[in-house]
Design a protein around this ligand. Structure first.
Ligand SMILES: *[C@@H]1O[C@H](CO)[C@@H](O)[C@H](O)[C@H]1NC(C)=O
Ligand SMILES: *[C@@H]1O[C@H](CO)[C@@H](O)[C@H](O)[C@H]1NC(C)=O
Ligand SMILES: *[C@@H]1O[C@H](CO)[C@@H](O)[C@H](O)[C@H]1NC(C)=O
Ligand SMILES: *[C@@H]1O[C@H](CO)[C@@H](O)[C@H](O)[C@H]1NC(C)=O
Ligand SMILES: *[C@@H]1O[C@H](CO)[C@@H](O)[C@H](O)[C@H]1NC(C)=O
Ligand SMILES: *[C@@H]1O[C@H](CO)[C@@H](O)[C@H](O)[C@H]1NC(C)=O
Ligand SMILES: *[C@@H]1O[C@H](CO)[C@@H](O)[C@H](O)[C@H]1NC(C)=O
Ligand SMILES: *[C@@H]1O[C@H](CO)[C@@H](O)[C@H](O)[C@H]1NC(C)=O
Length: 445
């Protein structure tokens, strides 16, 4: 009996260990963005390439270059949490600039003589920025707000590190937009106080930790995944490429390009045909992919990109899709979901015009579109013939997160099942009757 109990306990421990190990194994690389701007000039930073994560060492050497000699006054706006997505969600990528929760920040970035943006700074459990600044400047931080700052006399012959703590939304009392907007007001006040004192300064806005942990698979694992896919499914059709002077400038791939001209008619898969691309165009701001199918159908995808200062990135949007058949045209506006950083591609498992519609019909609700496993890129292909890292329409729940969630759930299920089984050992032990009828297995001739 004692033996059984010991075995049972070790089994339970094994299950728990397995479960915890599994949860911990997700190879997330959390990141926080960091914006740095100055009334003086900052040393240049090699512009980080797509999906590039700035390591702590790179940050250290940059701070060395920036604050290596002389005395500096540094304002550190340290928000409790911050992620790139905060800029895109609350910065008003699509809406007019009036919508933005970061108006003062944007203005400061625009009016400063130099600024540097690190969209993704590696974050490994704790923020490195405050200790690094303390080390580089050789001073302790002074906690200030706009009020105390106006009464502070800053000695410019020594370095100063002024710390302004900013909250992040907790879900209580205020919405995230309000909290970020209030923080932006504080930033505005502090900066105008600084301006009044005429002290040259460098300001940094970053987060103590990420507000969302989103795993971005590295480029290498992405390529490996595609290679693997190609090995398993031998005849993956090649993407449609529109070339300008020999190098691709638009790429599109879809499992199916299904269209239907009425609620009752069959789906037609245009993806099964090879189109001509006459009428396509691309330049640095606009890209139009025109697919002329022999069967009289024409699909037109129009994309554009523009710069959005706070996230310091160009974003591309799929503005509209047009379906032309039999001389009639239906027009679909790309909903807000169809966007990605300009150097990324956009991917979505289903882009359609009728369910959670990413494409909103403008003048024909009869004609329906349903694109399966759709991926498009109109900018930043840089001569390559591969898609860049895909920004998925699933938003926060990226494939990686779904996989994590589903497998965690599965593990939990196994765990519960295991526990259940172990509990049952007890009753089996007591009530099992060796003299009962044995299981009979019918034999077939
Ligand atoms: C500023 O700091 C330097 C070095 O500590 C000191 O010599 C100087 O007197 C200070 N100036 C003022 C105005 O406090
Ligand atoms: C594109 O992907 C293929 C297959 O994964 C790979 O062999 C090739 O090197 C990639 N090309 C570039 C330019 O990355
Ligand atoms: C476009 O360019 C790529 C790579 O240079 C090439 O593989 C592809 O066949 C070209 N496509 C067309 C339609 O010319
Ligand atoms: C798309 O069309 C193809 C061919 O008609 C069909 O096999 C497929 O099931 C369709 N997919 C959807 C999601 O309608
Ligand atoms: C790109 O093409 C669009 C549409 O033809 C045009 O409006 C725009 O001015 C062009 N942009 C550049 C930078 O050439
Ligand atoms: C286009 O018009 C022709 C003749 O008017 C008709 O037979 C055909 O079904 C139409 N095609 C579509 C896709 O509506
Ligand atoms: C739908 O709108 C587009 C663009 O505004 C127009 O070219 C097309 O003729 C319209 N189609 C119909 C059926 O009204
Ligand atoms: C693209 O490739 C062509 C031919 O290989 C080359 O002439 C051109 O400079 C390349 N462009 C870029 C942006 O790399």
């Amino acid at each position: 009996m004692a033996e059984l109990r010991r075995r049972r306990r070790s089994l339970v421990m094994a299950f728990i260990a397995l479960f915890v190990a599994f949860l911990a194994s997700g190879s997330a690389t959390p990141q926080v963005p960091l914006l740095l701007w100055s009334s003086e000039s900052l040393p240049p930073l090699a512009s980080p390439s797509a999906g590039h994560i700035t390591s702590k060492d790179q940050l250290t050497s940059y701070l060395d270059a920036a604050f290596g000699s002389g005395s500096h006054t540094v304002l550190l706006f340290l928000q409790d949490k911050l992620s790139k997505d905060d800029f895109t969600v609350f910065g008003g990528v699509f809406g007019n600039k009036e919508d933005s929760a970061f108006k003062h920040l944007e203005a400061a970035l625009q009016s400063s003589s130099s600024s540097v943006t690190l969209p993704a700074l590696e974050w490994s459990g704790s923020s490195a920025i405050l200790p690094l600044l303390q080390e580089k400047l050789g001073v302790s931080p002074v906690l200030v707000d706009a009020d105390t700052l106006s009464h502070l006399s800053i000695n410019t012959s020594v370095s100063n590190l002024l710390l302004i703590n900013l909250p992040y939304c907790t879900g209580l009392h205020k919405s995230c937009r309000e909290v970020l907007h209030d923080n932006d007001e504080i930033i505005g006040n502090v900066l105008s106080t600084m301006k009044a004192t005429d002290v040259p300064y460098t300001a940094i806005y970053t987060g103590l930790r990420p507000s969302q942990v989103i795993t971005e698979p590295s480029m290498t694992s992405q390529a490996a995944g595609r290679a693997l896919l190609q090995a398993v499914v031998p005849d993956v059709k090649p993407p449609i490429m529109y070339n300008v002077s020999g190098s691709p400038c638009i790429m599109m791939w879809a499992q199916n390009l299904n269209v239907s001209l009425s609620a009752t008619s069959e789906w037609v898969d245009l993806g099964a045909q090879t189109p001509t691309l006459t009428g396509s165009m691309c330049n640095s701001t606009n890209a139009v992919l025109v697919l002329n199918f022999g069967s009289g159908f024409t699909l037109r995808f129009a994309m554009s990109q523009r710069f959005f200062s706070v996230s310091a990135r160009n974003w591309f949007t799929l503005d509209f899709v047009e379906l032309q058949a039999n001389g009639t045209t239906a027009f679909y506006r790309g909903n807000r979901g169809i966007y990605a950083p300009a150097e990324y591609s956009f991917h979505c498992q289903s882009v359609n015009s009728f369910r959670d519609a990413l494409l909103v019909p403008q003048n024909s609700s009869q004609w329906r579109l349903n694109f399966i496993d759709f991926q498009i890129q109109g900018f930043g292909l840089n001569n390559g013939t591969n898609f860049s890292y895909a920004s998925d329409c699933a938003g926060f729940f990226t494939a990686g997160i779904w996989m994590g969630l589903v497998t965690s759930l599965l593990m939990l299920l196994i765990f519960v099942y295991g526990l259940q089984m172990i509990m049952n050992l007890n009753t089996m032990d007591r009530f099992d009757d060796p003299k009962g009828p044995s299981i009979s297995v019918p034999q077939s001739e």
